[in-house]
Ligand binder design. Structure first.
Ligand SMILES: [Zn+2]
Length: 446
C-alpha cells in the first residue's frame, strides 16, 4: 500500500469507531521526505502539539496513537473524544498551534471528523517560501524548486532543534544543581556543618537559613548555563568576569534571604563554574565527558591562585587570601584551578558502582573529600594541627566506617568549634557531576 493511502486508511479505521482524529505531518517538498533533521524537528513539534491540545482540554486517546516514518515522511495520528468541544473549536486549536509556532508554516496539524474526512477552516495558507501566493497554488504549479525549498527549510529546522535542545539542557542542569545543593544540606548528621537537626558549629544559621539561601540563588543557575552555551571566545579566562558578574548577584540575593549571613559563597563560585562549564560543553557536544568538563573549568581558572591570592596591592584581604598567605592552601580557587581535582580523584570514586546515592554513600564521599582537602574553613577558625587531626579522624571513619568512628568526627568538630564548609561544597559539586554523568554521560564512568 502506498504510504499516503495507508494514512487515509488509518484515519478511516479510527472513524469506524465513531471518533475524530488529530494528525501531525510536515510539508517537506522533494525527496526523501524525512532525514535526521526533519525527524528531530518532527519530534519537537509533536511534543509541543500534544501539550497544546491537552492544555485546551482536548481528550487524546494516546494508547491508540500511531507514529510512523515512511516514504511519505513522518506522521502521527491520534483518536480523540471531543467531549464538550465542537470540531470547529478543536480545529481552531490546531490552527492556533500552527500560527503561534515559530516554524508553524512547515507544519500540518490536521483534524479529521468522525468520517475520517479532513476538517477545513476554509482559510488558505500562504506559501512559506514566497509569502505571496496561497501555498496550494505554489504547490500545484510547482512554483519553486524542491531543492530551493529544502535548503530554505532545513537550516531553520536545525536551528529550532538546537534551541529546543539548549532550553531542555538548561532546565535539566539547573534542577540538578539545585538538587545537589539540597542533598548536601539535607545530609544528616554532618560534622560541624548545618544539617536537618543541628546547626553544627554555627550560631547564626540553621537548616531553614540554607533553604532560604538556596532558593534565593537557584534562579540564576539557568543564566550561568546559558552564558556557557553562548561563550565563543577561545580564551576561556575571559569567562571569569561573566561568571563572577552573575555570582555577585547571587551573593546579594543570598545576603538578602539570610539577613546578611554568608551561607553559600563557596558553592556559588564552584557551582557557578560547573554550570557555565556544562553550558560550554553542551554547546559543542551532546555527551558529557569528564575530560572536556575539567578542561573548561581549568581553562576558565588558569593561574587563578597566583593572580588573585598574591596581589599585594589589594587593601583588604579575604579569609581565603589570609589563609593562603599563612598556609599556602588555595581553597576554592585552588580546587577550581585544578579542574576540581578533589571531586574527581576522591569524591566521585566513592560513588562508583552504587545504585542509589543514599546517606551512607554521601557520608563516605564527604569523608573521602575531607581526608584529602586542606579545608580553609577549618583553618580560618583554628590551625594546622586541628586540620590534621580532623583529617586523621575522617580517614579512620572512612577506612572503618561505623557509627562510633563517624561520631568521633562529629564530636571533634563540636569540641574544636570548626566546620568543614569547603569539603561540604565539594560534596555538592560531586553530587552534581555524578547526576550530570548519569543524565548525559557514559554510565561506565559511574
Ligand atoms: Zn510560493
Amino acid at each position: 500500500m502506498e504510504a499516503r493511502d495507508q494514512r487515509a486508511f488509518l484515519k478511516k479505521q479510527i472513524a469506524l469507531n465513531g471518533l475524530p482524529s488529530l494528525s501531525l505531518s510536515l510539508n517537506v517538498p522533494g525527496f526523501p521526505k524525512s532525514n535526521p533533521t526533519v525527524k528531530a524537528f518532527f519530534g519537537y513539534c509533536l511534543h509541543d502539539l500534544i501539550y497544546a491540545l491537552k492544555s485546551n482540554q482536548i481528550n487524546l486517546i494516546e494508547k491508540d496513537s500511531i507514529e510512523i516514518s515512511d516514504a511519505a515522511g513522518d506522521f502521527y495520528l491520534v483518536p480523540c473524544s471531543p467531549g464538550r468541544l465542537t470540531l470547529n473549536a478543536i480545529k481552531q486549536v490546531c490552527e492556533n498551534f500552527e500560527q503561534s509556532h515559530p516554524l508553524g508554516r512547515f507544519v500540518d496539524a490536521d483534524l479529521n471528523d468522525q468520517d475520517g474526512t479532513s476538517v477545513s477552516s476554509g482559510k488558505s495558507k500562504l506559501c512559506f517560501f514566497c509569502l505571496e501566493r496561497p501555498a496550494i497554488e505554489c504547490r500545484r504549479e510547482k512554483a519553486h524548486e524542491p531543492e530551493e525549498l529544502r535548503s530554505f527549510m532545513f537550516p531553520k529546522m536545525d536551528y529550532y532543534c538546537n534551541q529546543q535542545k539548549e532550553a531542555s539542557v538548561i532546565k535539566k542542569l539547573s534542577s540538578l544543581a539545585q538538587q545537589a545543593i539540597l542533598l548536601e544540606i539535607s545530609l544528616t548528621p554532618k560534622p560541624g556543618l548545618v544539617d536537618k537537626f543541628s546547626n553544627g558549629s554555627h550560631a547564626d544559621m540553621n537548616y531553614q537559613t540554607f533553604i532560604n539561601s538556596t532558593t534565593a540563588i537557584s534562579p540564576w543557575f539557568a543564566e550561568l548555563v546559558r552564558e556557557g552555551f553562548s561563550y565563543s571566545d577561545s580564551d576561556l579566562t575571559k569567562a571569569l568576569p561573566i561568571i563572577r558578574n552573575i555570582g555577585l548577584r547571587m551573593e546579594s540575593a543570598m545576603y538578602e534571604a539570610t539577613q546578611n549571613i554568608n551561607t553559600q559563597k563557596g558553592i556559588i563560585f564552584l557551582m557557578g563554574l560547573s554550570l557555565f562549564a556544562c553550558g560550554k560543553l553542551f554547546s559543542q557536544t551532546d555527551q558529557f565527558t569528564i575530560e572536556d568538563f575539567r578542561g573548561i573549568v581549568q581553562g576558565v581558572c588558569k593561574n587563578l591562585v597566583t593572580k588573585e591570592m598574591t596581589d599585594a596591592t589589594k587593601p583588604v584581604k579575604s579569609h581565603g587570601e589570609d589563609i593562603f598567605h599563612q598556609y599556602g592552601f588555595g581553597g576554592a580557587r585552588g580546587e577550581a584551578e585544578s579542574g576540581f581535582a578533589t571531586v574527581f580523584e576522591y569524591g566521585l570514586p566513592q560513588m562508583k558502582g552504587v545504585t542509589e546515592l543514599n546517606d551512607e554513600v554521601l557520608i563516605k564521599t564527604f569523608l573521602s573529600i575531607a581526608v584529602n582537602n586542606n579545608d580553609t574553613n577549618i583553618l580560618y577558625r583554628s590551625n594546622a594541627d586541628v586540620l590534621e587531626n580532623f583529617k586523621k579522624l575522617c580517614k579512620k571513619a572512612l577506612d572503618d566506617f561505623n557509627d562510633q568512628n563517624y561520631t568521633a568526627v562529629i564530636d571533634f568538630c563540636k569540641d574544636e568549634n570548626i566546620s568543614p564548609g569547603g569539603s561540604a561544597d565539594l560534596l555538592a559539586v560531586t553530587i552534581f557531576v555524578h547526576s550530570v554523568i548519569k543524565t548525559y554521560g557514559q554510565h561506565d564512568l559511574l
